[in-house]
Ligand binder design. Sequence first.
Ligand code: NAD
Ligand code: MG
Length: 403
Amino acid sequence: MSPQVPSTPSPAPVQRIAVLGATGSIGTSALDVIARHPARLRASVLAAGRQVDALVALCASHRPEHAVIADSQLYPRLRDGLRDAGLSTQAHAGDEALDVLVGGDGCDTVVAAIVGATGLASTLAAARAGKRLLLANKESLVLAGDLLMQAARSSGATVIPIDSEHNAIFQCLPAQRDDQALRRIVLTASGGPFRGRSRASLADVTPEQAIAHPKWSMGPKISVDSATLMNKGLEVIEAHHLFGLPRSRIEVLVHPQSLVHSLVDFIDGSTLAQLGLPDMRTALAVGFAWPRRIASGVALLDLAVHGRLDFEQPDLDAFPCLALAFGALEAGGSAPAVLNAANEVAVSAFLQRRIAFLSIAEVVEAALARVDDTDGSLDGLLAADAQARRDADQAVVRLAHRG
Ligand code: NAD
Ligand code: MG
């Protein structure tokens, strides 16, 4: 028998990371964490929708091999901007180029942080290619969660949720999950900027008021979703797919301090929670390093400074979008896809001041009234998404005229 020679641990290989939605709120936080660990993390692909100058600036600081702009008309500006900055980063444009890069050898890890259902194709490409998938793009899970999780299981992709609540639950669940031992999960919600207000008092709120989130700094779409509580509704559906739990085992609890990011109840009476300051870099650091831990730049939580943690039930009357999402999850089929698509249309119309804040729920409700059967295929779900957008557009026109 040969003696066991203790081997020196070899340094972890550098993780090459594609950051999709690099110019956004999550993308910027991801790049901040990556830059803190040059010996183990490297941004190899950066992608954005239309912010071409911001993308070139990010390429100058992070030196990726590839940069992708979704809007093909902006390709010359990206190519020339990279060249003028003296960078060797290769320019690409369009969704197909992105999917090829995400599925190819140029990255091991994908941060899926595009906003909206438009992020589905690249998220699916990462899942199919077996990448470590840091999944922030919750709309893709709401639209096609079964297909996405199935693709990840088939390829062996590791999916790490980058939503503070789901990341918290991910951290609290044991690696070897025992479904009998788990009682339920509780998603916390800040309540958004309008917590405590009556439905009637929300009639005239402006986009500026809606996106001024009290605790989190985020992109405009998710900020409006937080104000309507649709964000929590999307997150309930997201949790259903990520953790394989029915609606009856997913609760929502309003927690205005946003320090307890979610909780898991077990049958023995134990409740585990993950706490921390509201900063997405914690979830991203978990995503990059799990099961290890790396520094994220987020300060330590000092509970003595904060003093108290409050909890209350959500107000479904003032915030009907949450009830609509519960209903869509229970209805199943294409209802979640319709909910999500109609909400994207409604939020965009609200941000453009075409409809009132309270009309967001009305637009979603109008689209949900027309849900058709689906075979659950990707084409079927995309058709439901497209039909819901047409229905929602019509509802927007109707409600805009009323205003
Ligand atoms: P954001 O609006 O700040 O950024 C969106 C990014 O997506 C931008 O970089 C934009 O250029 C890019 N993009 C848009 N369309 C694209 C396309 N077709 N191809 C490539 N890139 C495209 O949004 P955000 O707040 O960073 O949110 C991103 C996602 O993460 C959303 O799904 C959101 O729900 C989720 N999320 C965000 C937070 C947060 O704290 N911001 C927390 C949890 C989950
Ligand atoms: Mg969240």
